[in-house]
Design a protein around this ligand. Structure first.
Ligand code: E4P
Length: 218
């Protein structure tokens, strides 16, 4: 399973890369705005320099010709840019053109299995079901992931499933059990994945025992 970080914060990306298991980055206009970025080109280039993995850069255009133009522009910023488009009819039409160009497209804001089926048929490299936002409105976000994995397995689609809108370690665990290809995870949750109170307690006990033994031989 690949781990992407869901952020546009350069320090978080650097820190996550230093852990040794960062496979890519996803951004969106809200994450860019959170970093005070209004013109994303230079920021996308800076992120792409921090990882060899795919960096999803989202278009702001909403009609197909403008999405294609903006997508081609974003893809020209660095070789590891994946063009992120919303899963609308316009986004699907743009995806098939960009995929024909040989570009990687991440179809985002996916909330139904049929949207994900269309994404695969349009030739998207990635599809991003938003589990947290579905949970927020009383649905089961992980059930969507399960349905997408089943459909893609039935037909051998190669589109990779990025579990997005991750809110907890449980989302990551259950996505891994379902065989999702990728989870894109906010930095605070990456930290939670590694932490366990019994690990901290164990380290403290080992150090205390060692200090006691060292004291005894003095
Ligand atoms: C994914 O690519 C999106 O950037 C992200 O996961 C959205 O998550 P949110 O629902 O926490 O905004």
């Amino acid at each position: 399973m690949k781990f992407f970080i869901d952020t546009a914060n350069l320090d978080e990306i650097k820190k996550a890369a230093s852990f040794g298991f960062l496979d890519g980055v996803t951004t969106n206009p809200s994450l860019m705005a959170r970093e005070g970025v209004s013109h994303q080109d230079d920021h996308i280039k800076a992120i792409c320099a921090l990882t060899a993995g795919p960096v999803s850069a989202e278009v702001l255009a909403t009609d197909t010709p403008a999405m294609i133009e903006e997508g081609r522009h974003l893809a020209g910023l660095a070789p590891n840019v994946a063009v992120k488009l919303p899963l609308t009819m316009e986004g699907l039409a743009a995806t098939s053109v960009l995929a024909e160009d040989g570009l990687k497209v991440n179809l985002t804001l996916v909330f139904s299995p049929l949207q994900a089926l269309l994404a695969a048929k349009a030739g998207a490299a990635f599809v991003s079901p938003f589990v947290g936002r579905l949970d927020d409105v009383g649905h089961d976000g992980l059930e969507l992931v399960e349905q997408i994995m089943t459909i893609y397995g039935n037909y051998g689609f190669e589109t990779e499933v990025i579990v997005a809108s991750v809110r907890s370690p449980q989302h990551v665990l259950k996505s891994a059990l379902l065989g999702a290809d990728i989870a894109t995870i906010p930095f605070n949750i990456i930290r939670q994945l590694a932490g366990h109170p019994l690990t901290d307690k164990g380290v403290a006990a080992f150090l205390a025992d060692h200090a006691q033994a060292a004291q005894a031989v003095k």
